[in-house]
Design a binder for this molecule. Structure first.
Ligand code: ADP
Ligand code: ADP
Ligand code: MG
Length: 621
């Protein structure tokens, strides 16, 4: 085994790799950008090297800087984690050329699977069923539109170099094709430096099923069963589980064998995942599951596979990279129980999952489940990197047991003032349809409204009333004078929860926990965080924000398109500009008919959250 290992990544996955490396007595070398100096992975590694400023291009994505750090510290091997350079063949080759071991896929396999069109063609040749569609050279709009017609709507336009849910557009109608193509190409060019696309049949009732594969340099290749990652937002997974609900033995065998075949076709070594899309309109059937892409790296959701097999996949990766045989044969790999992972993100489900940045002043992660996290209280979620806070992984003897555990764990999460999806995760884990296995990738879009809490439940309001009354010592009731409507036993007070006033009942036996954080008092309930207080004129805001025509940037990001000009007449819903940040493109539209004034946007400028971009002045009635 290697004497030392440089981890070319950050946060959660860096810590995960350090854990396994420590167990093997390997000296670990962390790298970090200026923005990440205070993160736990920097402290937990044997050594740490600063590699540059916050933007990933100048640090985690800079091959020269990473090689420099490796040379300086005498690293014997490099683990790329996931994201960043993990699927970059040039980096893999540069690491090997510098005499180090690469704990990843062979560069040739990364190349073969790197572009979705080429990968599909290769798999088709090998006899693996692929999603029907067009993956040709001719990229003219006319040809692509013709192919889309031939495939039949709805179709999905996909960047061939895409990843992370980016560079994808579903199109339901030929009339929308041209605009969707343009927007997809723009995103593909800016994110992947390659605007080529392929067109796929959009599978209805789609389920995302993937198979974990592993291979060593001695010619052994195995699978470690499947995972279901169908609960997604913006084509990105937030809940993953193993095994897949409703998967019968024959279907499992068919797709797992197809996956091993795919890995063998590219002479794979190490950890890889074959992603399939399934038409689940009539349950899972082997003849309705198609190859989508291969991810030539360890995957974010690998812990659910670790939980059901009892294996350490990072250990397997290190062994494969060191030329050792796989620790188990196919027959020795068995599945025990059920595991579910929830991705805890710094984002706001109430605003279409916009990322939320800032310092994690208060952070309490659950016990009673495996928690893989890259941050601690006091760390900052910035707009430079993926906004994942932690992964919560629950394992149980069956699916319900695992989901019960996950519901409890997500319910215990406390985060402030950064917004998170903890309450949504908690609700999904407890949802009856989800529990019944009635899941496809449209699950969240369909159920989102029901699962995203906009208003506090009465129990939360009562808990707020109770906690605030307890706080007002020495005489608990003095502070409430004027708000006290009745006398015991039914004491009711006006309280502000979130931004609105409610009437709450004081319950002296309540176990509610309100936490004082700085100047604020926050009540945590099932993963949700509610700012609470007694009413004062300034605290209470009207429910519908503004209506004043101010067009604000919803998040920090980069202006990529400006569709309007100073003084332009616009109609309600017209696109004014597009802002891109992290993994999404966000359109700002006119709130009503009017005239654009004070336009402060031009392509390429960066903007901060809530920055005034323009004002739409309403037409006189
Ligand atoms: P997976 O298919 O492994 O679940 P995704 O398809 O969601 O992963 O995307 C790749 C993963 O790489 C992301 O989940 C994310 O955690 C990681 N990643 C992407 N961009 C970054 C980044 N800027 N910083 C750190 N990790 C990133
Ligand atoms: P990425 O590289 O971004 O992970 P994928 O090709 O793996 O891109 O697709 C990501 C997600 O998009 C899938 O998990 C699935 O939800 C959805 N998707 C992809 N292809 C199709 C399709 N043909 N029909 C329906 N949904 C699809
Ligand atoms: Mg994918």
């Amino acid at each position: 085994m290697f004497e030392s290992l440089l981890i070319a990544n950050r946060g959660e996955i860096a810590r995960r790799i350090i854990r396994t490396a420590n167990g093997l007595g390997i000296r670990t070398i962390a790298v970090y950008s200026e923005a990440d100096a205070g993160l736990p992975h920097v402290r937990e590694a044997s050594e740490a090297v600063e590699i540059g400023p916050a933007p990933a291009r100048e640090s985690y994505l800079s091959i020269p800087r990473l090689l420099d750090a490796a040379a300086k510290t005498g690293a014997a091997a490099v683990h790329p984690g996931y994201g960043f350079l993990s699927e970059n063949a040039e980096f893999a080759e540069a690491v090997q050329a510098a005499g180090m071991a690469w704990v990843g896929a062979p560069p040739s396999a990364i190349r073969a699977m790197g572009l979705k069109d080429a990968a599909k063609a290769l798999m088709q040749q090998a006899g693996v069923p692929v999603t029907p569609g067009y993956m040709g050279e001719d990229q003219s709009e006319a040809r692509l539109a013709r192919e889309a017609n031939a495939i039949g709507y709805p179709v999905l336009i996909k960047a061939v170099a895409g990843g992370g849910g980016k560079g994808m557009r579903r199109v339901d109608d030929a009339a929308d094709f041209a605009a969707a193509l343009a927007s997809c190409r723009r995103e593909a060019a800016s994110s992947f430096g390659d605007e080529r696309v392929l067109i796929e049949k959009y599978i209805l009732n789609p389920r995302h099923i993937e198979v974990q594969v592993f291979a060593d340099s001695l010619g052994n290749a195995v699978h470690l069963f499947e995972r279901d990652c169908s609960v997604q937002r913006r084509h990105q997974k937030i809940i993953e589980e193993a095994p897949a609900p409703g998967m019968d033995v024959a279907t499992r065998q068919a797709i797992c064998e197809a996956a091993v075949k795919a890995a063998r076709t590219v002479d794979y070594i190490g950890a890889g995942t074959i992603e399939f899309i399934a038409d689940a309109s009539e349950g899972l059937r082997a003849d309705r599951i198609w190859f989508m892409e291969m991810n030539t790296r360890l995957q974010v959701e690998h812990p659910v596979t670790e939980a059901i097999t009892g294996d350490d996949l990072v250990l397997w990766q290190l062994k494969a990279a060191a030329g050792e045989p796989l620790p188990k044969t196919q027959e020795q790999i068995v599945m025990r129980g059920w595991a579910v992972e929830a991705r805890l993100y710094a984002e706001n489900p109430q605003t279409g999952y916009l990322p939320s940045t800032g310092v994690l002043q208060h952070l309490r992660l659950p016990t009673g489940a495996r928690v893989d996290s890259g941050v601690e209280a006091g760390n900052e979620i910035t707009s430079f990197y993926d906004p994942m806070i932690a992964k919560i992984i629950a394992h149980g003897r069956d699916r319900n047991a695992a989901l019960d555990r996950l519901t409890r764990a997500c319910g215990d999460i406390e985060i402030w003032p950064v917004k998170s999806n903890a309450n949504l995760l908690c609700r999904i884990a407890g949802d009856t349809d989800f529990r019944a296995g009635a899941v496809d990738t449209g699950f969240l879009d369909r159920k989102g409204g029901e699962l995203v809490a906009e208003e506090p439940e009465q129990a939360v309001i009562d808990a707020a009333a109770t906690s605030l009354s307890r706080r007002s010592s020495p005489d608990p009731w003095a502070a409430l004078t004027g708000f006290r409507i009745a006398t015991e036993p039914d004491l009711r007070v006006n309280v502000v929860v979130g931004a609105k006033p409610y009437l709450g009942h004081i319950n002296p036996t309540s176990a509610a926990r309100a936490v004082a954080i700085g100047e604020e008092t926050v009540l945590f309930d099932k993963g949700a965080a509610w700012l609470i207080g007694l009413p004062s004129a300034s605290r209470v805001e009207t429910a519908d924000g503004g209506g004043d025509g101010a067009v604000l940037s919803p998040m920090p990001g980069l202006v990529t398109v400006v569709e309007t000009s100073e003084g332009a007449r616009v109609r309600k819903g017209d696109l004014l500009m597009t802002i891109e940040a992290m993994k999404m493109e966000h359109s700002l539209r006119a709130p009503f008919d009017g005239t654009v004034q004070g336009l402060r946007a031009s392509v390429g400028i960066s903007v901060s959250e809530s920055q005034l971009m323009a004002t739409v002045v309403k037409d006189e009635a």
